[in-house]
Design a protein around this ligand. Structure first.
Ligand SMILES: Cc1cc2nc3c(=O)[nH]c(=O)nc-3n(C[C@H](O)[C@H](O)[C@H](O)COP(=O)(O)OP(=O)(O)OC[C@H]3O[C@@H](n4cnc5c(N)ncnc54)[C@H](O)[C@@H]3O)c2cc1C
Length: 271
């Protein structure tokens, strides 16, 4: 792999990334800690990703009617990625993160993108959990985001629909309050969602105990109609399997059904 000299040049000679250490948040970091992260990611990418890039292309995900089957190599790669701590690299120390500057995190993730973009790293999971850390309630952070950072759960973003790609104001997934006491759920106001999503990367698999979908849907107006445009759009946490307030699976499967798998050009190994 010849990526490392380029990454080193960009980070150190061009961006002088070690000057970030002057900021309080990154005070414990140094060239050595940045190098340690890059070394780890380079090694995992070389050992667990690159050798299987072709395999995951030829053994595409398939659905046996109940589960989506992925090659063992994908399971091993994702476990190694989660164990490296990269899912929560930018997070605070007190939630198990490394307080790593984003510049270094992005550079370290380049090794995985180069070794096998198709096996994927934790981009969607990290993005999903980061969003919850900024916008979620304390309970939502504990139950969903922290379990994503540890690699126990994974995350998706469910924006697109068969008829709504770039034009997200056209989403027609509906969200209606679930019962008179819908606002009383400790995990947040509870809605029932109905609709179709499409092209959802890592939308179904058995790589993790649970999948936390972040779903764009519209809340109808007082006449039960969806308002055209962006009004009424909100974002909902939809776990594949229901969880309680301690983050434990209740044993109940949420009503999310896989309609089919798409072949993604260049990304065949990802559902
Ligand atoms: C590999 C892959 C992974 C994906 N993963 C996810 C995922 O995880 N979650 C998810 O929600 N979605 C996902 N998507 C869907 C992705 O978000 C959509 O493909 C994207 O939003 C574009 O929508 P579309 O394909 O329907 O194209 P369209 O919106 O129909 O666009 C088609 C063409 O028209 C152009 N166009 C569209 N609107 C305008 C306009 N107003 N003015 C001028 N030109 C315009 C576009 O630039 C494009 O060239 C994924 C797609 C791919 C290819």
């Amino acid at each position: 792999m010849t990526l490392r000299p380029t990454v080193d040049f960009l980070l150190h000679d061009w961006l002088h990334v070690e000057t970030l250490q002057q900021r309080e948040r990154f005070a414990d970091h140094s060239r050595e800690t940045f190098d340690a992260v890059l070394d780890t990611c380079e090694r995992i990418a070389r050992e667990k990703y690159a050798p299987f890039n072709r395999l995951v292309d030829t053994q595409e995900p398939h659905f046996d009617g109940e589960r989506v089957i992925l090659p063992q190599a994908t399971h091993d790669a994702q476990k190694a990625y989660a164990a490296s701590g990269m899912l929560s690299a930018a997070q605070d120390y007190d939630v198990g993160g490394m307080q790593l500057p984003y510049t270094v995190e992005a550079a370290a993730n380049a090794f995985f993108a180069m070794a096998s973009v198709s096996i994927g790293s934790g981009m969607l999971t990290t993005g999903n959990a980061n969003l919850l850390m900024v916008h979620g309630t304390e309970m939502q952070k504990q139950v969903f985001a922290l379990n994503e950072f540890s690699g126990r759960f994974s995350g998706t973003m469910c924006l697109s629909e068969p008829q709504a790609g770039s034009s997200l104001s056209d989403v027609s997934t509906r969200a209606v309050p679930d019962g008179a006491d819908f606002a009383d759920d400790p995990l947040g106001p509870r809605y029932r969602l109905k609709g179709n999503k499409m092209w959802i990367s890592a939308g179904e698999h058995e790589l993790t105990e649970n999948i936390i979908h972040l779903v764009l849907a519209k809340i109808p107006d007082e006449n039960g109609k969806l308002v055209p445009g962006t009004r009424g759009i909100s974002l909902f946490i939809v776990p594949k399997k229901m969880v309680n307030t301690a983050g434990e699976l209740t044993g109940e499967r949420n009503d999310v059904a896989l309609a089919g798998l798409n072949h993604k050009c260049g990304w065949r190994g990802t559902t």
